[in-house]
Ligand binder design. Structure first.
Ligand SMILES: NC(=O)c1ccc[n+]([C@@H]2O[C@H](COP(=O)([O-])OP(=O)(O)OC[C@H]3O[C@@H](n4cnc5c(N)ncnc54)[C@H](OP(=O)(O)O)[C@@H]3O)[C@@H](O)[C@H]2O)c1
Length: 363
C-alpha cells in the first residue's frame, strides 16, 4: 500500500455517494485517476443503466492515461451480460499501470474475475483499502446481491417513555423539525418506504421527499384485510403509481380493482390463520421487484413483527424528550439486546441512535 492510497479511496467514497438513491440495485461506485501525483480525472456511477465510474473517469480524461494509477471503491467489472461495456478491458486498453480497490465485488459475475483479468495483463492490483468503510457505503447492494433480499432499516420515533402515540387510533407528533428533515433525507436514499394499514388510515402520510433534496421512494403498504382507506394520499397523489400494496387473496375484489385502477400495484399473498402475510415472503417479493433497500416507518405492529422475526439490518431510534405517560408502546416486544450501536447524536432536542443487527435471520 502506498501512503496516499487511503486519501484517494476516500475521494472515491465521496464521488460514489453522489449516486445514492439513483443507481439501485447497482452499487455506489466512485473512481479517481492519478498521474504523477495529481488527479487527472474523476468519475462516478450516477444513475442505473448509465456509465460505470471507471468508464466515466477514463472517458473524462484530457490526457493519455499511460502509466497512471486508478482508484475505485469496487472491483472493476469484467462481465458482458449487462447494459454497459465491462470496465476491466477499458482499463487495460488505456495502459493504466496500477489499480487500487476497496471492496471485491460479491456479484458472482464479477467476484475476483475483474482483478484476475487486470493482473493477467500486467497491471498491479491492490485490494482491501478502507474495506470496512466501503462495506458500509454499499451495505444495501452487498446484502441484496448476496441474498436477493432488500436491506431493511427500521426507523422508530418514540417518546422518552417508549410510546409511538399518546392515544390508540390517533397520531401524536413526537419529534422535531431536525428529525423530520433527517427522515426525508433517508427516504431519498432508500428504494422504498414501508408502513402498515393503520398508519395509512390514521396518519394519512405522503411518504415522499419534501424536506430534503432527492427523488421519492416507492411506498409499500402492508394490509392483509385491505382495511386501508382508498381515499388516502398514498393511493391518490401524483406519486400513486409508486405505491405497492400487499394484501391477501381473500381481500375484497372490488376494492382491489378500485386501487388497481388508480395505478396502485397490488401483490396478493397467502396469509396465516391470523390473516398475516409472512414478512420473509414480503421481502422476497420486494427483492424480485429489484427493491434493494426498505425504510420501515411503522407503526407498532409492523416494527414488532420485524423485530420478533429478526428480519431487519439496521434500527434508527429517534427519541423525543416528551414524556407521554400513556399511549401505545412502540414495540410489543423486548428491545433487541444483541445490536451494535454505531452512532449516537442529537437532532435538535431528539436523541438519534443507530444500531446494526449483526445476527439477522436469513430464512
Ligand atoms: N412514532 C412512529 O414512529 C410512528 C410511525 C408510524 C405510525 N405511528 C403511529 O402508529 C399507530 C399505528 O400503528 P399500529 O401498530 O396500530 O398499526 P400499523 O403497524 O401501522 O398497521 C397495522 C396493520 O397493518 C396490517 N398488517 C400488519 N402486519 C401485517 C401482516 N404481517 N400481514 C398483513 N397485514 C399486516 C394490518 O392491516 P389489516 O388489519 O388491514 O390487515 C394491521 O392491522 C398510529 O397511531 C400512528 O400514528 C407512529
Amino acid at each position: 500500500m502506498k501512503k496516499y492510497d487511503e486519501k484517494y479511496i476516500k475521494r472515491c467514497f465521496e464521488l460514489a455517494a453522489k449516486g445514492a438513491g439513483y443507481v439501485s440495485p447497482n452499487p455506489l461506485v466512485g473512481c479517481v485517476i492519478v498521474k504523477e501525483g495529481k488527479i487527472v480525472s474523476e468519475g462516478w456511477h450516477a444513475k442505473f443503466g448509465g456509465p460505470h465510474a471507471e468508464a466515466d473517469a477514463i472517458a473524462g480524461a484530457a490526457e493519455s492515461l499511460e502509466g497512471a494509477e486508478l482508484y475505485c471503491n469496487l472491483e472493476p467489472c469484467s462481465h458482458t451480460n449487462k447494459k454497459t461495456p465491462p470496465c476491466a478491458p477499458a482499463i487495460i486498453e488505456s495502459k493504466i499501470k496500477r489499480v487500487v480497490i476497496s471492496n471485491i465485488d460479491p456479484n458472482p459475475f464479477v467476484s475476483g474475475n475483474g482483478i484476475e483479468l487486470l493482473r493477467k495483463n500486467g497491471i498491479e492490483v491492490e485490494t482491501g483499502i478502507l474495506e470496512e468503510e466501503g462495506n458500509y457505503l454499499n451495505r444495501f447492494f452487498f446484502k441484496y446481491i448476496k441474498t436477493g433480499l432488500p436491506y431493511v432499516t427500521l426507523k422508530i420515533a418514540q417518546s422518552a417513555d417508549g410510546m409511538i402515540t399518546a392515544e390508540e387510533g390517533k397520531q401524536t407528533w413526537l419529534t422535531g423539525s431536525e428529525s423530520a428533515q433527517f427522515v426525508h433525507r433517508q427516504r431519498a436514499l432508500y428504494d422504498a418506504v414501508l408502513v402498515g394499514a393503520n398508519t395509512v388510515n390514521i396518519d394519512d402520510p405522503q411518504l415522499n421527499v419534501r424536506l430534503a433534496e432527492g427523488r421519492n421512494p416507492k411506498r409499500i403498504i402492508i394490509d392483509g384485510a385491505l382495511s386501508s382507506n382508498p381515499g388516502s394520499k398514498v393511493f391518490n397523489d401524483e406519486n400513486r403509481e409508486n405505491t405497492i400494496l400487499f394484501t391477501s387473496y381473500s381481500a375484497d375484489n372490488a376494492k382491489v380493482q378500485l386501487l388497481h385502477d388508480k395505478g396502485v400495484s397490488i401483490i396478493r399473498c397467502e396469509v396465516n390463520p391470523e390473516g398475516k402475510i409472512s414478512f420473509m415472503e414480503i421481502l422476497k417479493k420486494l427483492g424480485e421487484e429489484k427493491i434493494a433497500s426498505v425504510f420501515v416507518e411503522g407503526g407498532a405492529q409492523i416494527f414488532t413483527q420485524f423485530i420478533k422475526e429478526n428480519l431487519f439490518d439496521e434500527l434508527i431510534l429517534l427519541q423525543s424528550p416528551l414524556v407521554l405517560g400513556r399511549g401505545v408502546k412502540a414495540l410489543n416486544a423486548e428491545f433487541p439486546s444483541k445490536l451494535k450501536k454505531i452512532e449516537e447524536n442529537m437532532l435538535g432536542k431528539d436523541k438519534k441512535c443507530v444500531y446494526f443487527n449483526p445476527f439477522q435471520s436469513r430464512n
